[in-house]
Structure formats: C-alpha cells, structure tokens
Ligand binder design. Structure first.
Ligand code: NAD
Length: 498
C-alpha cells in the first residue's frame, strides 16, 4: 500500500492534504507525503469551546453507555489495524511489527476502558457520627487536552482518550507536528464509531494540527481541566508551571534514561535479547528505550561480545521490509543530536562501536544509523542526559550497592530492569531502597509495557500515570458526600456549637 492508498483505506481524503502550510515528511525516505493546513489560534480556541459545550451533555450520559462508544472505536481500530499500523510506519518510521503493535495497544486500552466504564466507583467510608453515611463519588472532570510526541503517535492518544471518554470528558488533541496524519486517521476512525453510536454530542474529539503554539493554547485555556502532555522534559518544564498557574490539572509523561542491570547470576541469553529489543528497537526512540547498561564486571566481556555481534548484524533499513529491525531516525535534528552525544561521549573517555550513518546514497534525505554501544569509564554528563537515539552507554560495576547507586543517579525516573536469578538482588531492586523509577522489572527489559499497569515515571519524567490500574482517577474529580439520615445534627470532632 502506498501512502495515498493507506489514507484512503483510513477514510482520509488524500486530495485535501496537498496545499497546506505544514509539510509532512516520511522518515523512510524524506519524501513529503502531505501538506496539511494548520489551525489558527482562534480556531483552536473555538474548538476548545465546542468541546466544553459537549462536556455539558456527555457528562450526563451513563458511563456504561459512554463505554459503548469506546467499544465501537476499538472495533474500528481492529478493522483498520493494518492500515493504521502502516501509516505509523510511514509517518514515524517504525518497523511494520511495531506499527501494528502500537495499534494493538490502542485496541487493548479500548477493551480495558469498556470494562472500566462499569467500575468508576468510589468507597463507602465509616462515619464517626451516628446516623450518617460517608461515600465518595467520581464525576467527569471536563475537557482533556492531550499533547503528544512523535514516537508513539497514536497509542498515547488512545491511552488518554479511551479513559477520558468513559470518564465523561471530551478530548482536544494536539499531536506532534511531525506526525499529524496518523492523528487525522484516528479522528476519521473515531467519527465512524460516532456514526454507529448515534446520539453523542458534537465535539467529543478535536485534533489541532500545528506546532507548539497550539499546545500552548491548550495549556493556558481555563476550560481545559486536564492537560495530559507527553514529550521531552524541556516541554514539561514549560507546560507544568503554566498549567499550575491557573490551577489546572496536569499529567506529565516526559523523558527517560532507563537502565538495565545485569548481575553475575543473570541468564545472559535472555539479557542480551532484552537489551537488543530495548536499546535498538524503534531506533532508540522510545521513552522506555534502554539507554544505560550497568553490568557486573565478571560477565561484562561475555555480554558485550554478544551485543557487538548482534549490533553488527541487526538489519537497518526500510522499516516496511520484512527482516528490518532498525528503521530510520525521525529527522536530521535527531541524527545531529546523536552525533553530538557520541562526540561528547568520546571526549568523556568513552569507546564507541557503531553510530555511523547508513544508506545515505540510497536515501539522501533520510537518517539511518548503525546503533551505537558506548563503553564509558563512569556515569559522565552525557550519560545522565536523554539523547533520543540508539546509543547504549555501558558501565561496569563491582558490587550490587554500586550498581543501584549508579542506577538511581540520573535526573529521570521512567523505566528500569534487572536481570538476576538472586532473590535478594531482585527483591532489593523492587524495594523502597531499590529502583526509583515508575516501572521496575525483573528479567524482562525496560520497554514494551502492557496497558494493564499504570504507566509513567518519577523525577524529571514528570510523575504522571496513564493507562491501566487506577490511572483513570486523574480524569475525574472526586466528591466526598456525607449523608445524615438521623434526626440530630452532631458535628464532627465532637464540637458543641451554641
Ligand atoms: P517534544 O517535547 O519536542 O514535543 C512533544 C509535544 O509537545 C509536541 O506535540 C510539541 O508540539 C509539544 N510542545 C513542545 N513544546 C511545547 C510547549 N512549550 N507547550 C505546549 N506544547 C509543546 O517531544 P518529541 O521530540 O516529540 O518526543 C520525544 C520525547 O518525548 C522524548 O523525550 C521522550 O522520552 C518523550 N516521551 C515520553 C513518553 C512517556 O510516556 N514518558 C512517551 C513518549 C515520548
């Protein structure tokens, strides 16, 4: 399927997208695949107004009925999994299996949210006063603004939208300016679900096409009750305080610097496979990409030998060719950032294997690289920084405490893993004194989370939690209700008044 056929299969009128001011390039070959008109600031504000209007009606629709809309969205996604996965590959450069995997994640969260639509329940709490009952009720919150990054162009939206919709909230979505086509495809699939649903209010989902200025409009508008923003720590540093200034709610999913510890007792085969997927999958452009390998000195040489062989033979190229493991970087800026980081690593005493540009003759406007291994003398500045590219920094350790200290001594706190068969080590890693990340795994890698758990991280990763578990609570407001069914009016804390 070429880009036009994919757009057609997803219900997008490709002819519409030829004369806009936002060019969309495929990282596969750098070709311009669409030119989209961007939204003017006033249009964006009007759409937020329409979503706010929709909220007045949607919040009163029973939650299980709201779940029916998300069920229908899940059906559309199932029916269009291949086409949407292909568009993810074309626009974000993911290999076909990962493009479709991203759509599967959307289907999974829809299923989860449908079940959740019958379980948005609060507690009944014992009252200290006779003849009284206390309970908590969860109510819809308001318009949810979603700002998303290029690297998960559709799944991050669905994590937010599926929960927001069953929780009674309309969504205004500002996708990355690098991946607006996949967002429009999601909007088209959502419209199909709406038509089948029948009586939903207008304005439950809007997509804002354009740059960060449109994100800033979401951030500053008091009608947007929750801003769920996924992207770099730089972005979060700007967004967080601005939303706080107007006492809005913020859910931040920012950069990671994820480490994997390999202990002496580890199964090295399993560890090597997990490191390979975690470090070079999605060309190192996952928030959960394995960026640091902290390996015990007794197994370091053996593990590194395996990794070097695997790195040298991993097929880099067109992500839609079967057999390709590593697709392109998103753009030239990503390539430049990678080269700058490798130069710094060299300056800071590192020994680099790989990292060079590949396929430049065939794709002069695309940015393919051999993933890099950087053996470092210590956790230097460059190692403590997230470079969004396939660089794996390798650090050796002698004792477990040293490994844990290295692990936690970075500003970010998203995902982490240990490979060990020693119970003491694994339990310590998961304990309060262990990994300080939002995700901590044993004998699996750092990336590839399931939707059933809450997803997010600590420190400069922003503290937000999305997806499974009780992440839905961020999309609702909690009311505590006390009901007096007695004929007295006792005050709490035994206070007598008058
Ligand atoms: P980015 O920060 O450049 O952009 C992300 C989004 O924020 C885009 O839609 C952009 O237009 C918008 N934006 C940028 N500045 C803004 C501002 N001041 N106000 C409002 N909106 C603004 O990130 P990117 O390059 O697209 O994505 C890569 C980054 O995202 C990496 O750091 C990665 O770790 C992170 N990420 C984190 C998660 C997570 O769940 N923690 C998931 C995916 C990506």
């Amino acid at each position: 399927m070429n880009p036009q056929d994919v757009l057609h299969a997803l219900g997008l009128n490709a002819g519409l997208h030829t004369d806009g001011d936002l060019p969309v390039h495929s990282p596969i070959d750098g070709a311009c695949i669409a030119r989209l008109p961007t939204h003017a600031p006033d249009d964006a504000r009007a759409l937020i107004g329409a979503a706010h209007e929709a909220f007045q009606a949607w919040r009163q629709v029973p939650a299980p009925r709201r779940g029916e809309l998300v069920r229908l969205l899940g059906e559309e996604l199932r029916a269009h999994k291949q086409a949407l996965g292909r568009l993810v590959s074309l626009e974000a450069g993911k290999i076909a299996a990962e493009g479709e995997g991203e759509v599967q994640e959307m289907i999974d969260i829809c299923d989860f949210a449908v079940g959740l639509s019958r379980q948005l329940h609060g507690l009944t709490i014992a009252s200290e006063r006779p003849g009284h009952r206390m309970m908590e009720t969860w109510h819809p919150l308001g318009v949810v603004g979603v700002i998303s990054a290029f690297n998960f162009p559709v799944a991050v939206w669905s994590w937010n939208a599926a929960l927001a919709l069953v929780c009674g909230n309309p969504v205004v979505w500002k996708p990355s300016e690098k991946t607006p086509l996949t967002a429009l495809a999601c909007q088209a699939l959502f419209r199909r679900a709406l038509t089948r649903f029948g009586d939903a209010p207008e304005g439950l989902l809007h997509v804002l096409v354009g740059g960060r200025d449109l994100g800033e409009i979401l951030v500053d508008d008091p009608r947007v009750a929750l801003v769920s923003a996924t992207g770099s720590t730089r972005m979060g540093r700007e967004v967080g305080p601005r939303v706080a200034r107007r006492f809005g709610r913020c859910l931040l999913e920012l950069g990671g610097n994820n480490a994997l510890i390999v202990a002496p007792s580890a199964d090295l085969d399993m560890a090597a496979r997990a490191i390979l997927f975690g470090a070079i999958g999605t060309a190192g452009q996952r928030c959960t990409t394995t960026r640091r390998l902290i390996v015990h000195e007794s197994v370091a040489d053996a593990l590194l030998a395996r990794l070097k062989t695997a790195y040298a033979s991993a097929r880099v190229g067109d992500p839609l060719d079967s057999g390709t493991l590593v697709g392109p970087l998103i753009d030239r800026a990503a390539y430049d950032a990678m080269q700058a980081a490798l130069a710094q690593a060299r300056d800071q005493g590192g020994t680099i294997t790989g990292g060079e540009r590949l396929l430049a003759d065939r794709y002069p406007d695309a940015w393919y690289v051999r993933p890099a291994l950087a053996e470092m003398p210590g956790q230097t500045d460059v190692v403590r920084h997230e470079t969004f590219a396939p660089i794996l920094y390798v650090l050796r350790y002698r004792d477990f405490d040293e490994a844990l200290a290295l692990h936690n001594d970075v500003p970010q706190g998203l995902s982490s893993a240990i490979f060990t068969t020693d119970l003491r080590e694994s339990e310590t890693f998961l304990s309060a004194a262990g990994s300080d990340c939002g995700i901590a795994n044993v004998n699996i890698g750092t990336s590839g989370a399931e939707i059933g758990g809450a997803f997010g991280g600590e420190k400069e990763t922003g503290g937000g939690r999305e997806s499974g578990s009780d992440a839905w609570k961020a999309y609702m407001r909690r009311a505590t209700n006390t009901i007096n069914y007695s004929r007295e009016l006792p005050l709490a804390q035994g206070i007598r008044f008058g």
